[in-house]
Write a protein that binds this ligand. Structure first.
Ligand code: NAP
Length: 262
């Protein structure tokens, strides 16, 4: 016999949940942190600097009537992430949701890219996501429950025409497959791990000098003929964080305006 129907809107309710968001001081991470709070979660906002953006995120969450704390941590520092998780649990409660959005992007032709540039990006985009997941899962495994969402990119699926960013593309393909691998390791211990792969999204990452002239290109290459707003990453994140996605794990959710169809 079929189960009784659920109250569908309640499945998206995050009241009483505690979330940690890395990269919460800017762009996609900032808007997702606010979105989780608007759905009821208290949020630990992590970024490498506490000035500027992170204070703004905490202010917005306060304004939404939820608790927020600002934590300075570099995602390449495993001990700092353990401390961030411990502080989150001390000050807000048991960690149930994590969104790992911290990341960087830059470009250089493959044949010219130096080891330092390659390694620095890999350390943040791939090792940083792995360290974040490790620290978060070590808390969640104790509770037998949790949802981890890694922000990958459509660049982990396609190669962006005109952008010489082999290390970035490889790091994002790595995040997608790392997420699936961890999803399977923890599948019988209550933790779901999924990734979101945004297409071109209007954030400070895309306003760095070498990108400005590309914006028209980004818009015209995207089937929807525009870039995403950061707001358009919130719904997918709330879905994957909440009970609405209780049977989803190991999924890479492309949010790309149709880009990967063409
Ligand atoms: P953003 O506005 O630059 O935000 C990224 C945040 O992460 C910044 O506050 C940044 O701090 C922080 N961060 C960087 N390295 C860190 C570290 N080692 N430890 C802790 N925090 C660190 O960029 P965004 O566009 O929102 O990007 C967020 C995520 O989405 C990234 O993983 C990115 O690759 C992915 N993504 C973006 C797009 C897009 O079109 N924007 C598309 C696909 C995927 P600083 O400002 O100090 O660097």
């Amino acid at each position: 016999m079929a189960d009784k129907p659920l109250n569908a809107p309640a499945m998206f309710d995050l009241s009483g949940r505690v979330a940690l968001v890395t990269g919460a001081g800017s762009g996609i991470g900032q808007r997702i942190a606010l979105g989780l709070a608007q759905c009821g979660a208290d949020v630990a906002c992590v970024d490498r600097r506490t000035d500027g953006g992170l204070a703004e995120t905490v202010g917005m969450i306060d304004g939404a009537g939820r608790k927020a704390i600002a934590i300075a941590a570099d995602v390449t520092d495993r001990a700092a992430l353990d401390e961030a998780v411990a502080r989150t649990e001390d000050e807000l409660g048991a960690l149930g949701i994590a969104v790992n959005a911290a990341g960087i992007a830059n470009a250089n032709p493959a044949e010219e890219m130096g080891e330092d540039q390659y390694q620095a990006l890999m350390d943040i985009n791939m090792k940083g996501v792995f360290f974040s997941c490790q620290a978060e899962a070590n808390a969640m495994l104790k509770h037998g429950k949790g949802s981890i969402i890694n922000i990958a990119s459509m660049s982990g699926v396609i190669v962006n025409r005109g952008l010489t960013q082999v290390h970035y593309n490889a790091s994002k393909a790595g995040v997608i497959h790392m997420s699936k691998s961890m999803a399977m390791e923890w599948v019988d211990r209550g933790i779901r791990v999924n990734s979101i792969s945004p297409g071109y999204t209007a954030t400070p990452m895309n306003t760095r000098p070498e990108m400005v002239h590309q914006i028209r290109e980004f818009e015209s290459q995207t089937p929807m003929q525009r870039m995403a707003s950061v707001n358009e990453m919130v719904g997918p994140a709330v879905f994957l964080a909440s009970d609405a996605s209780s049977f989803c794990t190991g999924v890479d959710l492309l949010v790309d305006g149709g880009f990967c169809c063409w």
